[in-house]
Design a protein around this ligand. Sequence first.
Ligand SMILES: Cc1cc2nc3c(=O)[nH]c(=O)nc-3n(C[C@H](O)[C@H](O)[C@H](O)COP(=O)(O)OP(=O)(O)OC[C@H]3O[C@@H](n4cnc5c(N)ncnc54)[C@H](O)[C@@H]3O)c2cc1C
Ligand code: SF4
Length: 512
Amino acid sequence: MSIRHLVLVLGDQLSHDNPALAGFDPACDRILMVEAPAEATHVWTHKARIALFLSAMRHFAAELAERGWPVDYLRLGEHPHDKLEAAWRAAITQHAPAGVVVCEPGEWRLEQTLKQLGETLGLPVALRPDSHFLASRAAFQRWAGERETLLMEHFYRAMRKHHQVLMDGKEPAGGTWNFDKDNRQAFGRGGPAGLPPAARFAPDAITRAVLASVETHFADHPGSLAHFAWPVTRADALQALTAFIRDRLPGFGAHQDAMWTDEPFLWHSLLAPALNLKLLDPREVIRAAEDAWRSGHAPLAAVEGFIRQILGWREFIRGVYWRDQPGMGEANHFGHTRPLPAWFWTGETRMNCQRQVIRQTLSHGYAHHIQRLMVTGNFALLAELSPQAVAAWFLAVYVDAVEWVELPNVAGMALYANGGRFTSKPYVASGAYIKRMSNYCAGCSYSPEVKTGPRACPVSTFYWDFLDRHADMLAANPRCTLMFKPLARMDAAERAAIRSQAQALGEALDSL
Ligand SMILES: Cc1cc2nc3c(=O)[nH]c(=O)nc-3n(C[C@H](O)[C@H](O)[C@H](O)COP(=O)(O)OP(=O)(O)OC[C@H]3O[C@@H](n4cnc5c(N)ncnc54)[C@H](O)[C@@H]3O)c2cc1C
Ligand code: SF4
């Protein structure tokens, strides 16, 4: 018997407000959810990322079924389809729907597949706009217009005004838009003090079954499941939000950019996975943070710093993804081609900063923003790694990774692979920055101030060589002026020594 709508729910669309579910009629519609192995193998995905998606999907399907809604749920190992598309086609043949309904996906690749599916089968495939975001794709495009270069700060201020977030009438709360100067502190010698524990969630029976299944089906994949404790339901996610606002938001701002050995989470919210799976709505997160300031629970600098990430960066990044795809995935401004060193998958390197961040990534599927941008991302740019290989790694190893947010952060923010479409300069730093913002250098075989010789910090050597080689392009940028002053003081012999050491390091990345 044929049905009206086959409703597809993708793994990162787990909201009861999913627009594809609007108007759902259990008498004539059916939901299809698929655990497709290819989604975990098109990049060599961390076990925890696979487990998070599958566990959250199984919990969500159970909630839909509890409502009495018909759900076809295809579990890993219990169906023959490797790719989502094959499973969709089989379901269309089985149910002969009059149409397919789905919320617009978070990946350009899947959107193309869905559009082609409709065309080849001659079947209406309704891609409903994703109401999760405060700025729709069309609204972002209207804001961006024809401008060549976009700046997040301008977008963020427009969003604050439009949505009346942290505003006192027409003015920003506290009289300023930006508290960055309060929010970039390092820890003192003693490191982080009074750190509240992060909300973690012990695996229930559904999650335990998923963990076992991931260990069976993806045994050779990177990462560990030993610390898996992510929120996998909306109830968990709300609990995580409440705990963050109560315990960690007041301390969020000051040390937002700081890093410390064996402290993976610090005051960060760990809410990105729940947000990206759509277990949380960004509006409720922003409202909860603003309420915490208005009620006197958290300082304005911390709350503004946090809201800027969600209302500003997260929405902006999604806008630029859809504006620049598919070109963003191919972009390679500097023409970098080196493969990833093997230690990106093991953490086995003598560079303590990279070792710390990669080990914690493999243990938890998590690293905070500055670790991604200024440790692994910075190294990848300076060491001339292929942007496509780096993007595949970032998509694989973080539990919060979905392409709409991962790719612009990697290609645009970290690697400048798109030539600065939305960043005013490449984010590059020497070992001195890592020394200032962390205690990593104290436990390292290298020394951040040394640029050549066996003790030289590879990050610093690569950094000075990068500046020297790209001086023509960068020195003209007023935001880079300060970076060039130390380089101008180096004589030709010193520059030549740095160049030759950088070349040697580049040829021996695996042994660093
Ligand atoms: C190279 C690189 C790759 C990244 N890949 C991802 C990714 O795959 N998925 C992802 O969600 N974020 C990504 N980010 C952004 C950011 O690092 C993570 O959102 C953040 O570390 C998640 O941890 P948290 O929830 O504790 O964040 P918090 O520090 O607590 O920040 C609060 C929230 O703000 C949002 N946010 C913060 N920064 C950004 C940003 N630059 N872009 C978009 N949203 C932001 C996130 O939703 C985050 O949960 C990446 C950043 C870089 C530099
Ligand atoms: S010395 Fe260099 S390689 Fe070592 S931790 Fe510091 S920045 Fe990293």
